[in-house]
Design a protein. Structure first.
Ligand SMILES: [Zn+2]
Length: 144
C-alpha cells in the first residue's frame, strides 16, 4: 500500500460533537458560488470530496441532515451549527465542507463552479479554472 492510499484525514465541527475520518485521497477544493451555497455557508461553498465508502463518522452526537431537495442533503452539527457535508444521495461520493477538515489539509483549491450565480460582494481574482455552472465532469484534477 502506498503512503498516499494509507493516509487518514480527520475533521469535525467546531464543538467536536461530530468527528470523522477519511481514508485515502481527497479531491482538491472546489468553490461553489451558487446561491444555495452562499446562503448555507455565508459565502461561497468550499468543498472537497471523498468516496462515501472511505468515510467513517467517529462521533455523531451532533450530526443532523438538512434536506435541500429530493436528492441533496446537508450535514451539519446541531450543537454548534458548523457545516460538514454535502450529500447528493444518488452519488457514491460525499462533499466535505473544506473548513471542517483538520489543518493542515494539504489540499489546494482547484476550481470555481456556478460563477455566474456568485454574489456581488467579492470578485474572483485568482487564475484557477472557472465554470459558469456545473463543471459537468470537465474539472481538471477531479478524480472522483
Ligand atoms: Zn458541533
Amino acid at each position: 500500500m502506498t503512503k498516499e492510499k494509507s493516509k487518514v484525514t480527520s475533521g469535525g465541527c467546531f464543538c467536536a460533537a461530530v468527528r470523522y475520518e477519511i481514508k485515502g485521497q481527497l479531491r482538491g477544493v472546489v468553490n461553489c458560488h451558487c446561491s444555495q451555497c452562499t446562503k448555507l455557508n455565508g459565502n461561497f461553498g468550499a468543498h472537497s470530496k471523498a468516496l462515501k465508502s472511505n468515510i467513517t463518522i467517529t462521533r455523531d452526537k451532533g450530526l443532523s441532515w438538512y434536506k435541500i431537495s429530493d436528492t441533496a442533503q446537508r450535514g451539519f452539527c446541531r450543537e454548534c451549527g458548523s457545516g460538514l457535508f454535502w450529500d447528493n444521495i444518488e452519488q457514491n461520493t460525499l462533499g466535505i465542507i473544506a473548513g471542517s477538515l483538520d489543518s493542515p489539509t494539504n489540499l489546494k483549491t482547484i476550481g470555481h463552479i456556478f460563477v455566474e450565480d456568485k454574489s456581488d460582494f467579492y470578485e474572483i481574482t485568482d487564475n484557477i479554472q472557472q465554470f459558469k455552472g456545473s463543471s459537468e465532469g470537465k474539472l481538471e484534477g477531479d478524480f472522483l
